[in-house]
Design a protein. Sequence first.
Length: 255
Amino acid sequence: MNFVAPAGFDQYRENIPRGVIKTVEYNSTTVGNTRKAMVYTPPEFSTEEVYPVLYLLHGIGGDETEWYNHGAPQIILDNLYADNLLVPMIVVLPNGRAMPNDRAEGDIFDSEKIKAFERFELDLIHDLVPYIDSHYPTNSNRDNRAIAGLSMGGGQSLNIGLSNLDFFAWVGAFSAAPNTKTPEQLVPDPAEVSSLLMLLWLSCGDQDNLLHISLGVHQYLQQQGVAHIWYEESGGHDWPVWRNDLYLFSQRLFK
Ligand code: FER
């Protein structure tokens, strides 16, 4: 695949309908506190409709505000809706560091913090997804739930998505980090993954030092005959790549 978003895709456009992005708080039985997430609802959102949901995860130096602060997801998505390129969906920006102090403070590589990125699987499945499904008009089934993320969040998306196929049918990893399980651990049963997944997306910048992680997963999937998108794009471990990924990946969802 070699396609890039058109110029202006992440620039604010006047006079188009807008979605709404806000912060919510949910009770986490996993962490034992109240946790924050941001939620984007699309233009013309209505509680009379039901929507699919994309869970979009941040990197090791971020929190639930990272995509919002650096990725302009609401601008990218509003523009895509204005051009009629996107299925109406709710996008949830969680905090993937499931521990009492989940801010990206101090040593972000501390082993407790890395463990908290693993623990997030439980928080997502047991706490956040049920919160979203009970507070928003969602189409609450695997066919209508996607998980994707950048770097640490890309690794989480593969680890969590591929081991919870009863929850997710659409999985995307942008520049996946070394928290990614081995390809054999991720996909022990290639036939099962092939039959259940609607989309498996892997992308990475060609200047990214972590390229070998994505490449290893891609090569294994190819050997095993598991259909997936592999997109090596121009760029490093950085926001231009992840904005481009969101633009391209989101258009493939729920179609
Ligand atoms: C590592 C290098 C990078 C690692 C994680 C990262 C867990 C994550 C980077 C990011 O999220 O941007 O060795 O180990």
